[in-house]
Design a protein around this ligand. Structure first.
Ligand code: SF4
Ligand code: SF4
Length: 374
């Protein structure tokens, strides 16, 4: 199985800004190219493109190719299901929308501790086992966004899970807020296959600070910055698939060029990535590691590390529309967090911070920057 999977969550659009209007003709052409080069894995999910990704799969893939010529992954949404009746209804809907007949890989989507505890009690794992026993899905697993400790618990309590989908990229590898490495090592300790999501960190590692980009260019002028990120993930033992959300034929051509005859990173190339990573980190404005020592004692419940991560991304990669909504999610009424301007300068957080960050001043700056926009 070739290690590049076609992630169907950022598909080409007819109209920018309307995720429901997928450019089906371009998607069909991309699907043809992908399969023609010997790649077979497609990954969709219930909420992608507001429910239209699963329908687009039918038009691009299942209506046009023999079922055994490709592998299709789909996912059970956990944010909108409340038990067996919902699981059954959603699964039937997914079969109908995709026209797939069965799914090769079926994931419990975006598992976290809260969702695990809730859905485990509602019988979700029993439902997944039943699907497999009935031949409606070939392999069962879950995508995961939480700590290695939670991952360890789920894998210990559910040995029937065959694979795990993890967020792995070279910038998050040792980041304390994502803990890619420790999650990867946990999955490996249980001997699970690993599928990688976000290898290019949502596109961020495709456009690097000049110093890092220059390092890669010198090593091989023909390789794109994204290729180094995808190859980093694909080179890890136990990784069976790396997903890339391809939006244009050009992105696909770039990915196909270096994944067609995949060559794992050499020792020198690994070292180069570590140097590039240092350059990227040096360009980061606030040296927050995401350890969260500051967060628990804040009387205003301000999401300090999350706001710092968001601000760093903005300094490093420029302003993206998604940042404003992420900011609202972190500071809005429903978030349970205070706004940065709610800070009363008690400085308990600064006393806890091992990086000696001037948190109060940075929060003022963040509040001013984001308020300007809204
Ligand atoms: S100084 Fe501000 S951010 Fe820090 S703990 Fe006090 S209120 Fe929270
Ligand atoms: S204590 Fe410092 S380094 Fe840790 S999350 Fe808070 S601001 Fe970041």
């Amino acid at each position: 199985m070739k290690k590049l999977g076609f992630g169907l969550m950022r598909l080409p659009l007819q109209e920018a800004g309307d995720p429901k209007k997928i450019d089906q003709e371009t998607l069909n052409r991309m699907t043809d190219r992908f399969l023609a080069e010997g790649f077979t894995y497609f990954d969709t999910a219930y909420p992608y493109h507001q429910g239209m990704s699963e329908r687009a799969v039918k038009k691009a893939l299942t209506d046009r190719y023999p079922r055994e010529s490709f592998l299709l992954a789909d996912k059970m949404p956990l944010y909108c299901t409340e038990g067996m009746e919902d699981y059954e209804r959603v699964f039937q809907e997914q079969l109908e929308k995709t026209g797939a007949g069965y799914f090769d890989y079926y994931l419990l989507h975006a598992m976290s501790r809260e969702r695990y505890e809730k859905h485990e009690a509602l019988g979700l794992f029993e439902f997944a086992r039943k699907l497999k026993a009935e031949g409606k899905v070939r392999h069962i697993g879950f995508s995961f966004h939480d700590t290695p400790e939670v991952l360890d618990r789920i894998l210990r309590e559910h040995p029937e899970m065959e694979f795990v989908q993890l967020q792995i990229n070279y910038l998050d590898w040792d980041a304390e807020n994502v803990q890619s490495r420790r999650c990867y090592e946990t999955a490996r300790a249980y001997g699970k296959d690993i599928i990688v999501m976000e290898p290019v960190k949502g596109g961020y590692l495709a456009s690097l600070p000049e110093k890092a980009a220059e390092l890669f260019r010198k090593a091989d002028p023909d390789l794109s910055p994204a290729s180094w990120a995808v190859r980093f993930a694909a080179s890890l033992p136990g990784v069976i698939m790396v997903l890339s959300g391809m939006s244009t034929p050009e992105q696909m051509e770039d990915n196909l060029s270096y994944m067609k005859d995949f060559r794992p990173l050499t020792e020198e190339e690994q070292e180069l990535i570590r140097r590039a990573e240092t350059c990227i980190e040096e360009s980061i404005a606030i040296p927050c590691t995401g350890c969260r020592y500051c967060a628990d004692g804040c009387p205003e419940h301000i999401a300090i590390p999350e706001l710092f991560a968001l601000y760093n991304m903005r300094c490093r990669f420029g302003s993206f529309p998604s940042q404003a909504s992420e900011y609202r999610e972190l500071t809005g009424e429903k978030s349970g967090h205070g706004k940065p301007e709610d800070c009363i300068a008690c400085r308990q957080c600064e006393g806890q911070c091992p990086q000696h960050i001037e948190i109060v001043d940075w929060l003022k700056k963040i509040a001013a920057d984001f308020q300007q926009e809204s």
